[in-house]
Design a protein around this ligand. Structure first.
Ligand code: NAI
Ligand code: 13P
Length: 312
């Protein structure tokens, strides 16, 4: 196995977990966060892989600190952020973290890493699988070889948009499912939400050019199952807290780390409204997050929608 120099950007729950996985494989690992005394460019100098696990709101700020001309040509950039850019617009502004990275580093390979990867379980050494997606298969295979272990199984995929959207959009559905569990609506209701949530994700994803089958893989259905079934998920916790009658500000103040689904819901609703894509579950999550509706009323609104066939 080839030893690599890996720079990890972001020292939150996911960044530190990815650093643990990389160190366990014997790579030289350097971690940078905005609290670091070292300059970002110094940390990524000489890195074979630069792996970003900063939350969505920090991605542009981090990318702007990088001087592309000073980076070795072979350096591969990996983004593990699950979110949508707040400034995204359909034609002109990037939607996905990888698009922000690729726009700033056009001559470098960019790889998306996404899957059912609750960091606390991985920190405990429990087995997990993930996907690395890139238009550059060799770059994806480099990341696969660098991170694969007996505890972390890494698959490659060429559907970058599908893999990245799967990871971002499942957070919105996880908020809905957290609320469903918080209201104690039962297993049937939860199964319906996850299944129709997946249909909603596929509807959005295919609009943005993703392959439908990608969403039945690890970064779609896989991550939905993990996030919607675990109280470890911060997005699930947001929905659960709202269903307990707490305000969003109270829930977020108590939360450890980032719940990307809150911002993702807003961006998704803006774009889905503009493009007239039906996202009924996300719409109710949006109303709930804004405090415009009670969790009970959101459930009723979903149950009493117009009759329709079970299509995507
Ligand atoms: N924790 C988990 O289980 C997993 C998280 N992810 C994703 O990874 C990303 C990070 O998640 P966590 O590490 O859990 O969040 P976290 O809240 O623990 O850490 C976020 C990191 O982003 C950095 N950051 C935020 N704004 C920044 C800015 N303006 N400039 C520089 N750095 C900034 C923070 O300093 C911190 O290092 C999210 O997009 C999340 O969806 C993906 C898979 C698993
Ligand atoms: O993406 C995750 C697991 O795959 C982490 O989920 P949360 O961000 O909801 O904690």
């Amino acid at each position: 196995m080839q030893q690599r120099t890996i720079a990890i950007l972001g020292a939150g729950a996911w960044g530190t977990t990815l650093a643990t996985l990389a160190k366990a494989k014997g790579h030289t690992v350097k971690v940078w966060s905005r609290q670091s005394h070292e300059h970002l460019q110094t940390v990524i100098d000489g890195a074979d892989l630069v792996l970003s696990a900063v939350s969505m709101k920090g991605v542009s700020a981090v990318v702007e600190q990088i001087q592309p001309a000073a980076i070795a040509a072979h350096t591969v950039f990996v983004t593990a952020t699950k979110g949508l850019a707040a400034e995204a617009s359909v034609a002109t502004k990037p939607l996905l973290p990888s698009q922000i990275w690729q726009a700033a580093l056009p001559s470098h390979a960019v790889v998306v890493l996404s899957g059912p990867n609750l960091s606390k379980e991985i920190q405990q050494g429990l087995p997990a699988a993930t996907v690395v997606a890139s238009q550059d298969l060799a770059a994806a295979q480099t990341v696969q070889a660098a991170l694969s272990s007996n505890a972390f199984r890494v698959y490659t995929n060429s559907d970058v948009v599908g893999v990245e959207l799967g990871g971002a959009l499942k957070n919105v559905i996880a908020i809905a499912v957290g609320a469903c569990d918080g209201l104690q609506l039962g297993t049937n209701a939860k199964a319906a939400l996850v299944t129709r949530g997946l249909a909603e994700i596929i509807r959005v994803g295919t609009y943005w050019g993703a392959k439908p089958e990608t969403f039945y893989g690890l970064s779609g259905l896989g991550d939905l199952l993990a996030t919607c079934n675990s109280a470890l998920s911060r997005n699930y916790q947001v929905g659960y807290g709202l269903a307990q009658g707490q305000s969003l500000s109270v829930v977020l103040a108590q939360l450890q780390g980032t719940a990307e689904g809150v911002n993702t819901t807003q961006v998704l609703m803006k774009l889905a409204t503009q493009q007239q894509i039906a996202v009924p579950i996300s719409h109710q999550v949006d109303r709930l997050l804004r405090g415009d509706i009670t969790p009970q009323a959101a459930v009723e609104a979903l149950m009493l929608r117009d009759y329709k066939p079970e299509t995507r």
